[in-house]
Design a protein around this ligand. Structure first.
Ligand code: G3P
Ligand code: MG
Length: 249
C-alpha cells in the first residue's frame, strides 16, 4: 500500500452535525475541534463554479429551490445555507470549492473531496474539479484525496489530474468493484460500515487498497472498526470522537 498521510478520523461534510453541512462554518468548526481532514461534496453551478453541496437540489440545505446546476453562481451566492440547521448559522452562504480550499490550506488541513456530480454532468464535473484541485492545492503539503460514487467522474478526474489520488466510493462493495479499483488506479475503497464487514478490511489492504468507512457516529462502533484496521472513518459526531480518540484526528 502507498503511504497514507491522512488522519484516521475525517470530519464528514465539513463539520459533521454541529454546523450546516458543506459550509465554511462547518469546516471552521471541525478545525476548531482539532480535525485535520475534512470530507465535503462538490458539484457545479450552471456557469461551472464548483460549489459545496450534497444534494442535486437546493431545498434541503438552502433557501433556494431546484437544481444548483440550473443556476449561475451570481444567484446561488445569495442563498442562505445555514438557517435550516439552526438560528445561530442563519445567513451562512453556500461555499465555493475555492473558498473551502483556501480555508483548509490556511490551517494546513486536508481535503477529502467527494466529487458529487449532478446526474448527467459526471465527466464535466470530474474534469473541472480535478483541474481546480491541481491549482488550488498546488502548495499543499498533502494532496487531497478524490472520491466519488460516479465512476465516470473519477475517470475524468484521473485523465485531467492523474497525480491526485483517487478512492472508489461504493454503497456496497461487490466483486465488480475490484475492476473499478484497478481501472481507476485507486489508492482506497470507501464504503458504508453498514454493508461492509470489518473482517474484510485486511483482504482489501492485502491487495493494496486503504479502506475508509462512512458514516460512523457511535463511538463503540468506531472502536471496533478501528481495531479491525480501517484506515479512515467519516464521522458527524465530531466532538465526542475528538475527545475519545484525540490521537486520530
Ligand atoms: O464520502 C463518504 C460519504 O460522504 C458518502 O456519502 O452521501 O454523505 O456523501 P454522502
Ligand atoms: Mg460525501
Amino acid at each position: 500500500m502507498k503511504d497514507w498521510p491522512y488522519p484516521r478520523l475525517v470530519a464528514h461534510r465539513g463539520g459533521g452535525s454541529l454546523a450546516p453541512e458543506n459550509t465554511l462554518a462547518a469546516i471552521r468548526l471541525g478545525q476548531s475541534l482539532g480535525y485535520r481532514a475534512h470530507e465535503f461534496d462538490v458539484k457545479l453551478s450552471k456557469d461551472d463554479v464548483a460549489i459545496l453541496l450534497h444534494d442535486a437540489t437546493l431545498e434541503r440545505t438552502t433557501s433556494g429551490k431546484g437544481r444548483a446546476a440550473d443556476m449561475n453562481w451570481e444567484a446561488l451566492k445569495g442563498l442562505d445555507a445555514g438557517a435550516w440547521h439552526s438560528p445561530e448559522f442563519r445567513g451562512e452562504p453556500l461555499a465555493t470549492f475555492e473558498g473551502a480550499a483556501k480555508l483548509l490550506n490556511s490551517k494546513d488541513t486536508m481535503a477529502h473531496i467527494e466529487i458529487k456530480p449532478t446526474p448527467g454532468l459526471d465527466a464535466a464535473t470530474g474534469t473541472r474539479v480535478a483541474l481546480l484541485t491541481r491549482e488550488l492545492f498546488k502548495d499543499a503539503p498533502v494532496k487531497p484525496l478524490f472520491s466519488s460514487f460516479s465512476f465516470q467522474a473519477l475517470m475524468a478526474a484521473k485523465a485531467a489530474a492523474p497525480e491526485i489520488p483517487r478512492g472508489w466510493l461504493t454503497k456496497e462493495f461487490a466483486d465488480e468493484d475490484w475492476l473499478r479499483l484497478e481501472e481507476l488506479e485507486a489508492v482506497s475503497m470507501h464504503t458504508s460500515y453498514k454493508t461492509f464487514p470489518a473482517q474484510r478490511i485486511p483482504e482489501l489492504q492485502g491487495r493494496g487498497y486503504r479502506v475508509l468507512l462512512y458514516t460512523v457516529n457511535e463511538a463503540s462502533i468506531a472502536e471496533k472498526i478501528l481495531a479491525a484496521g480501517a484506515d479512515g472513518i467519516f464521522t458527524d459526531n465530531l466532538k465526542e470522537f475528538a475527545e475519545r480518540f484525540p490521537q486520530l484526528v
